[in-house]
Design a protein around this ligand. Structure first.
Ligand SMILES: Cc1ncc(C[n+]2csc(CCOP(=O)(O)OP(=O)(O)O)c2C)c(N)n1
Length: 310
């Protein structure tokens, strides 16, 4: 989680240089969901994500250079510099694909899980998405199909209560609960605190055991607080955005999953603050080094423009 946080904060520090010519959707605040779930997976399991994919890509073990070089549009990027921040993937560690076309990767996750089932493999697929996507037709088709075909897919809804800047309260029926509605498709479903990595991890372990036992799909809804603006490294304050009340912002900041996890570990005697500081400093050095490597990587040449583009 610290590595993901440091990586994104570093993106935020370098972004104003205007050398990363890609929109970026920050995962800050969401790390516990990505890490809690990916830590319950094997490398051979398949993960899919959407536009807000930095945390899932890194949590699944995606290469840091692959991410930074991609953001800089260079050939060492995971999409050879032609995908940008919303197309992070590293199939060597099971991070199969991410796409900003909302909902697309939900169907892809179901398809992968269906293939695993047909192959008689015990691999599972997980697909990460936001609350906004649950309003799309493809979500319902995917839940229905996954349930009918009993495929080993884990749906993870990282619910920040916002679709861009529009709150759930004006988008979904009053009292509507996403996880309960997923249960209506006869899918095992649960709701877990998305700012608590330990709780998310336990839920993910339950989910993966369920999937590997051939019991069909699983759905986790995990609420969290989106710390940054919808797209970009800035905070609401930096952009003078007033769509969230001061109280909401303050309450949200208190949910910081990295702080919550490290405070708990220190209180439980698992590590010390000095160790946390040491890990953080080591990760800052690692990421700074990767930025240098990414900037030194060449841009793709024009004759390569259409290679791998479909
Ligand atoms: C099919 C499609 N429709 C609309 C958009 C534009 N769009 C990009 S992100 C976004 C909001 C998504 O909200 P949510 O799913 O809750 O994810 P979050 O950004 O909150 O993580 C929208 C409407 C898109 N990329 N794709």
């Amino acid at each position: 989680m610290i590595r993901i946080r440091v990586a994104e904060e570093t993106v935020g520090r370098y972004y104003p240089e205007q050398e990363m010519r890609t929109p970026t959707h920050f995962s800050i605040g969401q790390e516990a969901i990505s890490v809690g779930v990916c830590q319950a997976l094997e490398q051979t399991d398949a993960a899919f994500s959407g536009h807000r994919c930095h945390a899932e890509y890194l949590a699944k073990g995606g290469s840091l250079l692959g991410m930074f070089a991609e953001l800089y549009g260079r050939v060492d990027g995971c999409c050879k510099g032609r995908g940008g921040s919303v197309h992070l993937n590293d199939p060597s560690v099971g991070m199969i694909a991410s796409s900003a076309i909302l909902g697309e990767m939900i169907a892809a996750g179901v398809g992968a899980a269906w293939a695993f089932k047909m192959d008689g493999s015990d691999r599972v697929a997980v697909t990460f998405f936001g609350d906004g996507v649950t309003e799309e037709g493809i979500m319902h088709e995917s839940l229905n199909f996954a349930s009918v075909m009993n495929v080993p897919v884990l749906f993870v809804c990282a619910n920040n209560g916002l679709s861009t800047n529009t709150p759930l309260s004006v988008r979904q029926p009053r009292g509507h609960q996403i996880w309960k509605w997923a249960a209506g498709y006869n899918i095992a479903s649960e709701h877990v605190d998305g700012s608590d990595v330990f709780a998310v991890h336990k839920a993910a372990l339950r989910a993966v055991a369920h999937l590997r036992a051939g019991k069909g799909p699983y759905f986790i809804e995990a609420p969290y607080y989106r710390t940054r603006v919808h797209v970009g490294y800035e905070t609401d304050e930096m952009k003078n955005y007033l769509f969230r009340s001061k109280e909401t912002v303050e309450a949200g900041k208190a949910l910081d999953p990295v702080l919550k996890a490290t405070r708990k570990m220190i209180a439980d005697g698992i590590c010390t603050q000095a160790e946390v500081d040491e890990w953080t400093a080591a990760m800052v050095r690692e990421v700074e080094d990767v930025v240098v490597q990414a900037k030194a990587s060449p841009f793709p040449t024009v004759d390569q423009l259409l290679v791998g583009a479909y």
